[in-house]
Ligand binder design. Structure first.
Ligand code: BDR
Ligand code: CA
Length: 314
């Protein structure tokens, strides 16, 4: 299995991503590192613990990450309800957060991975503060990373939080800048990709037929995720942002990428958090990311519904 660390800010779509990863034997989840993002840190940590409890994966350690972005004031998510998990109430967590911080966990795990030459994949599903701090703390960290697969940014597509910026990058543009400047191989799943994969009411209706408590909870979260905004998305439903990171690891053949140099605007207030791809080599700099431009949406939706059906009867 591919060793991965899931850096996240749950979040409804983070939850769907985690629950998909939990039932995918191709992935070995070394740890979950919630960060301040969709919700304040205290809540993303609690949500992560509850998701492990729900998915019966209390064996996976959860490490609390940074409590605020590097320089900017925190901003929180808009479409995830008051607790970050819609109207769904998950079981009280019995499991507790690890005493080690997420940044220390990243440093220890990734420097060990560098030494043992067993590189780890880092999945970024939220603002990238934890990874940026770890990269700044120890230069060996980068060497322990096989690649970063991130949900974040918006290239040809407009932003979802401001006219030009996507939430995860806007929430900590300085961290995103550090990550994109790190030289580590990056696969970027931006809004250009995620807006192509809409989880529609008919998918949710189909999935609602899967029995069992976990599946029913998932169906409830999926129903809450419907943006009901045809003008913006071209259809009903909710974009499967974070789950695409997991789908990419499981089935890369469903994704088409283009290499480009990416820049993150972190100075201008008007365009703060904008991600800019140098598609035509204007900067003279080498590409630093594989940006997903096309996806097989039907194939990806089928993959999710199939994986998540593994919770039937559980
Ligand atoms: C990203 O923002 C968050 O609200 C979602 O969880 C996702 O990671 C999409 O822009
Ligand atoms: Ca997220």
């Amino acid at each position: 299995p591919i060793p991965i660390i899931v850096d996240c800010d749950p979040g409804i779509d983070d939850t769907i991503a985690l629950l998909t990863a939990f039932v995918s034997p191709e992935l070995d989840i070394l740890g979950i590192t919630p960060v301040c993002g969709n919700q304040p840190l205290e809540r993303t940590v609690r949500n992560a613990l509850q998701i492990c409890e729900l998915g019966r994966r209390t064996d996976i350690p959860v490490y609390a990450g940074c409590f605020r972005p590097m320089l900017r004031e925190p901003i929180y998510g808009q479409f995830h309800g008051k607790t970050g998990l819609g109207n769904t109430v998950l079981p009280e967590p019995v499991k507790t957060v690890e005493p080690k911080s997420a940044v220390d966990f990243l440093i220890d795990t990734l420097t060990a991975a560098a030494l043992e030459k067993k590189r780890t994949t880092v999945c970024c599903l939220g603002p990238m503060t934890n990874l940026a701090v770890a990269l700044r703390m120890n230069p060996q960290v980068a060497e322990g990373i096989e690649r970063i697969v991130m949900m974040g940014g918006a290239y040809r597509e407009p932003g979802n939080r401001t006219m030009t910026a996507e939430f995860n990058v806007l929430a900590d543009p300085h961290a995103a800048h550090v990550v994109f400047s790190s030289g580590i191989p990056i696969v970027a799943l931006a809004l250009d990709a995620t807006h192509q994969v809409m989880l529609k009411p008919e998918h949710v209706a189909e999935f609602s037929n899967v029995s069992g408590r976990i599946s029913q909870t998932l169906a409830e979260l999926m129903a809450f995720w419907d943006r009901n905004d045809v003008r913006r998305y071209g259809s009903r439903g909710g974009p499967l942002h974070d789950p695409l990171v997991i789908a990419y690891l499981l089935a890369p053949h469903l994704f088409t990428t283009e290499r480009a140099r990416v820049f993150v605007e972190h100075e201008s207030e008007l365009c703060m958090g904008q991600t800019i791809a140098d598609w035509y080599g204007k900067s003279g700099l080498e590409p630093n990311a594989d940006i997903v431009t096309k996806v097989d949406a039907e194939g990806i939706i089928a993959l999710f519904l199939d994986r998540l059906s593994r919770y039937a009867e559980k």
